[in-house]
Design a binder for this molecule. Structure first.
Ligand SMILES: [Zn+2]
Length: 86
């Protein structure tokens, strides 16, 4: 209830958001996961919308040869999406 636990307020939180706005459906439902391809050493990012009715729910893969911040990947994704004019 109204218990105050000062220590738990100090939890280390990532400053960058992990969920982003979808350029297609507008929901804050875009999640980005990343993994390193063991074969090519590329960083593979998967951008997926959490809205099952959204075309971007299927996800889209983006590859980079260097590690990137999720926000950078997201910005590039939105930029590409806008240019594609879908
Ligand atoms: Zn969406």
């Amino acid at each position: 209830m109204g218990r105050r636990r000062k220590k738990t307020l100090r939890v280390v939180h990532r400053t960058l958001p992990s969920v982003f706005a979808c350029p297609r459906c507008g929901l804050i439902a875009i999640r980005i996961t990343s993994e390193q391809d063991p074969a090519s050493q590329d960083f593979v990012f998967r951008v997926t919308c959490g809205n099952p009715n959204c075309p971007l729910h299927a996800g889209r893969e983006m590859r980079y040869s260097t590690k990137r911040a999720n926000i950078d990947v997201y910005n590039t994704f939105v930029d590409d999406y806008a240019k594609a004019g879908v």
